[in-house]
Design a protein around this ligand. Structure first.
Ligand SMILES: *[C@@H]1O[C@H](CO)[C@@H](O)[C@H](O)[C@H]1NC(C)=O
Ligand SMILES: *[C@@H]1O[C@H](CO)[C@@H](O)[C@H](O)[C@H]1NC(C)=O
Length: 338
């Protein structure tokens, strides 16, 4: 749901104990700078991870099994080209004709999750309606609650309100580079939750992701930007020429995967604590390819243009983190080498 550190998984313990595939979530958070440079440069530490210690459990709540409509709120200033990259990513989730490895192949791991009746997560994820909030209706500094107020404004707008669709609707609030959201950059790059009837009038699953290009690209748009505190580390070239947005894509994928499998925070998560559930994407943060774990992202692909990616969408390439596969008990993705 949100990336917090230290992870409830006691990564060091896992590091010592485990032996096959990765479970350590990683992002260059500022509070890790104490000394993580050996992690980044050291090939010696291979995080080999583990299955037995992760108990991804189903807690009986609903999951999104009917067509998922992603209703987007563009909060602040967005360029048309930026919106296009994000829309095409969402449309790629259920596209049938992308080249392998594809975004739709990535979604297959999410589809492995079911509800009490055995119904799988929907294969279909569509772009829903969109709303522009160009004039920052709730200011440039938002809290978790005011993000809900942004949704309320969008579903109750006098003109073209977003539809209220609690069953297959998923609300995505995307904030532009000049907007700060509580804990952004320090502890989270995005989060998901559900709206409170007392604020919005309905219980709607929603997620927020921010464009970090101005505030902390080295954290939230990593590896297309790198933090200053790691000297010598070079950013990778992003696939769509927009560091902030290319970095957001993985965060959006992370949140949508978790919303689908844990929309009301009572379905799929690991750990005992519903206050800090460890969800299917949390377990694979920072893992984008075979061998990934710790600060090593795994085997990625490189285009002729020198840009790094790991999956194909309908018209573009993206770099998206893997998600936890509860059937095999490790992180999987479409670009896995076997
Ligand atoms: C971190 O480790 C590097 C290399 O091992 C060292 O040069 C640096 O001084 C360390 N920084 C801190 C804050 O300990
Ligand atoms: C539905 O979930 C079950 C259990 O994980 C899995 O075996 C099956 O392949 C899934 N179906 C699809 C279409 O993904």
């Amino acid at each position: 749901m949100q990336r917090m550190f230290p992870a409830p998984l006691a990564p060091l313990l896992l590091l010592l104990l485990l032996a096959v595939s990765p479970v350590i979530c990683w992002r260059p958070w500022p509070h890790l700078k104490a000394n993580d440079s050996d992690l980044i440069f050291g090939g010696s530490k291979k995080y080999e991870g583990s299955s037995k210690f992760v108990h991804m459990r189903y807690h009986m709540g609903p999951v999104l099994t009917t067509h998922i409509n992603v209703h987007t709120i563009w909060y602040g200033t967005w360029q048309r080209s930026q919106k296009k990259i994000i829309r095409e990513f969402i449309s790629s989730i259920s596209a049938v004709d992308s080249n392998h490895p594809s975004v739709s192949g990535w979604w297959k791991t999410v589809q492995l999750y079911t509800d009490q009746t055995g119904a799988n997560i929907s294969r279909t994820v569509r772009l829903g309606k969109e709303k522009n909030d160009r004039f920052y209706s709730h200011g440039k500094s938002l809290t978790r609650l005011s993000v809900q107020s942004v949704i309320k404004s969008a579903v109750t707008a006098r003109t073209n309100p977003l539809p209220i669709n609690p069953k297959g609707g998923l609300y995505l609030v995307l904030t532009s580079t000049d907007v700060y959201v509580h804990d952004f950059c320090g502890q989270v790059c995005g989060f998901h939750y559900f709206t409170f009837p007392s604020i919005v009038g309905y219980t709607l699953p929603f997620a927020w992701a921010g464009n970090s290009a101005k505030l902390c690209p080295g954290v939230c748009a990593y590896p297309f930007a790198v933090p200053d505190y790691i000297p010598g580390l070079k950013p990778l070239k992003s696939p769509n020429g927009d560091v902030g947005v290319d970095g957001m894509i993985s965060v959006i994928g992370h949140e949508i995967a978790e919303l689908a499998t844990n929309p009301l925070i009572n379905a799929w998560y690991a750990g005992q604590d519903p206050v800090a559930p460890v969800e299917i994407a949390d377990l694979c943060e920072g893992i984008y390819g075979t061998g990934g774990g710790g600060s090593y992202m795994g085997q990625l692909l490189k285009g002729k243009d020198g840009a790094t990616y790991n999956m194909n969408g309908i018209r573009r390439r993206y770099l998206v983190q893997w998600v936890w596969n509860h059937v095999v008990n490790y992180c999987t993705g479409p670009n896995a080498l076997d």
